[in-house]
Design a protein around this ligand. Sequence first.
Ligand SMILES: NC(=O)c1ccc[n+]([C@@H]2O[C@H](COP(=O)([O-])OP(=O)(O)OC[C@H]3O[C@@H](n4cnc5c(N)ncnc54)[C@H](OP(=O)(O)O)[C@@H]3O)[C@@H](O)[C@H]2O)c1
Length: 251
Amino acid sequence: MSRLAHKTAVVTGGNSGIGLATVEAFIQEGAQVIFTGRNAQANQRVEQALGEQVHGIVSDAGKWEDIQAIRAQVEAISPKVDILFINAGIAQFAPVDQVSENFFDKILDVNFKGAYFTIQALLPLINDGGSIILNTSINAHLGMPGASIYAASKAALLSLAKNLSAELVSRKIRVNAISPGPVATPLHTPDKFGISEDEFKQMGEGIAAQIPAGRFGAPEEIASAAVYFASDESRFLLGTELIIDGGMATL
Ligand SMILES: NC(=O)c1ccc[n+]([C@@H]2O[C@H](COP(=O)([O-])OP(=O)(O)OC[C@H]3O[C@@H](n4cnc5c(N)ncnc54)[C@H](OP(=O)(O)O)[C@@H]3O)[C@@H](O)[C@H]2O)c1
């Protein structure tokens, strides 16, 4: 298949989970892919596995200096970009009375501020007619204990899809969102969620029971939607959202 032939994509957070599945799908569709991640070794493993059409950049979406450097890093590999998948994100949970300023800032810094200023930094490289895709979450639509900050960071991205689409329409740059339900990725560990083993087990059982499809999604099922939004097949979609959640919020 070559739905993305001659296109260059940037995927943030591309060495694991949904980002990695999307890097793989973009490559299969003929694109050149530049991806970010904080872990240099994880980036190298992906480069080695996927070949010369894939280039990793060590970059932290939560660090201002890294965001300021990203344009030059991308430009050194490709002068122009057609597709930007804003995927890097952290999911951590805490009840309102335990949310510290540090916790609040950490999540917003990566999930929203990092997303916003990465787009700003890379916009001069994005070709007219390009596609920006924001990876949000079903949490933007749910009321779930402990999820207030994570959910707000993702709801902010839904707003961004509309407002940036309105602003960039003169350049025919489209900004759309994908909102996954629970997806089986390395994100689902007590450590990454910032909760105990017991809380994690309870949370997992509670979540699975709420998915009408009866299972977590697979990263490839999100990557397929990213390919569609990245390709010219979706050229009449602006500021929209595709919820991919096994019916968790849609039914
Ligand atoms: N899995 C789910 O159930 C689910 C559901 C809805 C939405 N999402 C969203 O999907 C996105 C990807 O999640 P995932 O499940 O695929 O998680 P994952 O397997 O943990 O992958 C996260 C990726 O993001 C990178 N990353 C994390 N923090 C970063 C930072 N500050 N700067 C740059 N890269 C960073 C990680 O690489 P490094 O560690 O090397 O930085 C990794 O490549 C997130 O935005 C998440 O909120 C996930």
